[in-house]
Design a protein. Structure first.
Length: 191
């Protein structure tokens, strides 16, 4: 058997890092960030605690990686849209939000837990504030391009609606009318 190439080793490392991050995300979202230990993450991932620390030097850095992966997924999905038509692009963003809310339930649950306890996570406040500002600016630009009245205020309202819808869906996922609100927002902003 020939030795692995650098590319194969890098691929294995990236896959392992993603595996650890996904396991941590699941445990953080299910049990809470503070009660979850590195030992629990290692056990659930089927690896040693030392291997976790080989990839992440702290539990906080593991949390950061979980957020980074989540935001990258959001950004990637949003970037896949055709940006030539502002209404269609906004519709894509709205659809993306609702799809990811369903598909990445645990990620949003963790995001909410950390948001509600922001003082315990100093890195998070600035990090997410920057992301919110980017999304707010994008919404403002799109609403301005489609001649929606008061685009800046409407963008703030829309981002607040995302938060409210997300919270309510996380609390009652089986009964919350997520699809109804998706249609309402698309009808309001994209028709």
């Amino acid at each position: 058997m020939s030795p692995r190439t650098k590319e194969q080793i890098d691929k294995i490392k990236a896959e392992r890092k993603t595996q650890i991050t996904e396991v941590a995300l699941q445990l953080f979202a299910t049990n809470g960030y503070n009660p979850t230990s590195i030992d629990q993450i290692a056990n659930a991932a089927g690896i040693s605690k030392g291997l976790v620390y080989n990839y992440f030097d702290s539990k906080e850095n593991l949390l950061r990686e979980a957020f980074d992966q989540g935001f990258k997924e959001i950004d990637q999905t949003i970037a896949e849209a055709d940006r030539t038509d502002s209404k269609e692009y906004l519709k894509h963003i709205l659809n993306t939000y609702f799809e990811l809310l369903k598909d990445r339930f645990l990620y949003y649950k963790l995001l909410m837990e950390v948001s509600l306890n922001v003082n315990q996570f100093p890195f998070y406040k600035d990090y997410v504030a920057q992301r919110y500002q980017e999304y707010y600016q994008l919404m403002t630009r799109l609403l301005l391009e489609i001649d929606f009245p008061q685009p800046e205020q409407e963008a703030k309202l829309l981002t607040a609606l995302f938060d409210g819808i997300g919270i309510q869906y996380l609390i009652m996922p089986d009964t919350y009318p997520l699809e109804t609100y998706r249609k309402i927002l698309i009808n309001k902003y994209c028709q």
